[in-house]
Design a protein around this ligand. Structure first.
Ligand code: NAD
Ligand code: UGA
Length: 462
């Protein structure tokens, strides 16, 4: 294609998922001088990226994709030719927890990652900068380099680490105004040169002081540690929420008092039914596995407890429901308000709602799920076990005839619902379990609900 000659740089991203798609869309949007191509083995996903219905929902994403697609942003399944044609290759494939063999349930499954390394080696016929965008165990770059240099007729490859810190639901905002962009490299002449090339890309819109550089291992490890620290805060506040329920302290009041200490800070202190999402659990497990691998068992145990508290929080949510509803849920209809793992996304990976639904079904309850964006993914998650599950987009219809509502996701729309109308349509006594503490509990109680928040005394009419 002759027009490609006009571009200053040709950038490729392998993996068109939640990270690859939005990240590359932002680079293309901010840097019309670069040609940005995103490839994937999943043809359906690529077709969706090329359509009006993008494969993921993110506020603001449609606009930035539309602004660049066909101009300097391209989605394709032609991996080979695009590897050949690009100078900088981001690798943003999935790195889930391994489900088989050594390290099953703990270690990162690097098979998708390794395949891309081999593909690059087989197709490349000119020097390339390879950028680790996926979240990886520390020292993975070494494995990538060993594969890339395993061929005698090798081209020169420089591997950089550039982990992604975006959160779903705010991906576009996070990409546009990141707290920091981290770029790790070898501190060799070629490593530093490659690092500068990547700095130059981000410097098109990110202030220089927010682009930080480090050695490659610090960069890989920082990503795991950042997620571990964020998850740890949630488990910390959730652990205290149980104590609040026993002592009539109020978790929101405690979080506010603690968070106003500027050394602690007030973010990520919302008690909840538990954290979800595709990364926190897998990245902590990955960290735990690494620590054990290096014989640091105490350190591994410390981080593993963050997951243990999260599991406990989800389990006790269902036990609370069971206790409150006279120790039986059999035949009762429970409405879940939200199924996404957080608001403003349709993503349901590791959502607490998946766990809660399975537990409720074990108790022989019937489950009605409502969510503005996640019903499609909810159907996929529950495929084969959803005989007693109903999906309904309208929350009023969903709650009608139910015994209880459980708030699973902090969608803004749930705050503004007419709960009097909802109460009237439900079986009595009607219960609300607010797994996100987003509703006006006193008002709900006055309407007639029995209300069970997280980390606060229940308000009941019994
Ligand atoms: P995802 O599953 O949404 O996307 C990964 C994509 O890679 C899939 O579409 C898959 O088909 C494709 N792929 C796999 N092997 C391939 C190959 N050999 N060639 C071409 N394509 C291939 O995953 P994601 O959520 O985008 O996460 C990607 C990485 O980024 C993970 O390591 C994750 O930990 C990390 N991360 C994710 C987030 C997030 O919010 N989801 C944030 C920061 C970092
Ligand atoms: C998280 C990190 O915030 C990102 O920086 C990181 O890039 C990303 O993981 C990743 O590596 O995948 P994400 O999982 O998309 O982003 O969303 P978060 O906002 O971190 O929320 C994670 C979970 O914690 C959600 O279930 C959310 O509801 C829950 N949460 C969050 C709480 O229960 N309480 C809080 O105070 C904050």
């Amino acid at each position: 294609m002759s027009s490609t000659q006009e571009f200053k740089k040709k950038i490729l991203c392998i993996g068109a998922g939640y990270v690859g798609g939005p990240t590359m869309a932002m680079i293309a949007h901010k840097c019309p001088q670069y040609k940005v191509t995103v490839v994937d083995i999943n043809q359906t996903r690529i077709a969706q990226w090329n359509s009006e219905n993008l494969p993921i929902f993110e506020p603001g994403l449609d606009e930035i994709v539309r602004s660049s697609r066909g101009r300097n942003l391209f989605f394709s399944t032609d991996i080979e030719n695009n590897i050949r044609d690009s100078e900088i290759i981001f690798v943003s494939v999935n790195t889930p927890t391994k489900t088989f063999g050594a390290g099953a349930g703990m270690a990162a499954d690097l098979q998708y990652w390794e395949k891309t390394a081999r593909e690059i080696l087989n197709c490349a016929n000119s020097p390339k900068i390879i950028v680790e965008k996926s979240t990886l165990p520390v020292k993975t770059a070494l494995a990538m380099e060993r594969i890339l240099t395993s061929n005698d007729n090798r081209e020169q490859f420089e591997v950089l680490s550039n982990p992604e810190f975006l959160a779903e639901g705010t991906a576009v905002k996070d990409l546009e105004h990141p707290d920091r962009v981290l770029i790790g490299s070898h501190e060799t002449e070629s490593g530093l040169k490659a690092r500068e090339e990547l700095v130059d890309i981000y410097a098109n819109w990110v202030p220089r002081e927010r682009i930080i550089t480090s050695n490659i291992w610090s960069s890989e490890l920082s990503k795991l540690v950042a997620n571990a620290f964020l998850a740890q805060r949630i488990s910390s506040i959730n652990s205290i929420s149980v104590l609040c329920e026993k002592t009539e302290a109020d978790i929101n009041e405690v979080a506010r008092s603690v968070g106003m200490d500027s050394r602690i800070g007030n973010r990520f202190l919302n008690a909840s039914v538990g954290f979800g999402g595709s990364c926190f659990k897998k990245d902590i497990l990955n960290l735990v596995y690494l620590c054990n691998h290096y014989g640091l068992n105490k350190v591994a145990d410390y981080w593993e407890s963050v997951i243990a508290i999260n599991d406990y929080q989800k389990e006790r949510f269902v036990i609370n429901m069971l206790n409150a509803m006279f120790n039986t849920l059999a035949g009762k209809k429970i409405c879940l308000f939200g199924f996404a793992f957080k608001a403003n996304t349709g993503d349901t990976r590791e959502s607490p709602a998946v766990f809660i639904t399975k537990k409720l079904l074990e108790e022989k309850a019937q489950v009605v799920i409502t969510d503005p964006k996640a019903l499609g993914n909810a159907r996929i998650e529950l495929k084969g076990i959803d005989e007693k599950v109903w999906y309904e987009e309208n929350p009023y219809k969903a709650a009608t005839g139910c015994d209880a509502i459980s708030v699973m996701t902090e969608w803004e729309i749930y705050r503004g619902l007419d709960f009097k109308r909802i109460f009237e349509s439900m079986v009595k006594p009607a219960f609300i379990f607010d797994g996100r503490n987003i509703l006006d509990h006193k008002k709900l109680f006055e309407i007639g609900f029995n209300v069970y928040p997280i980390g606060k005394p229940a308000l009941t009419h019994f």
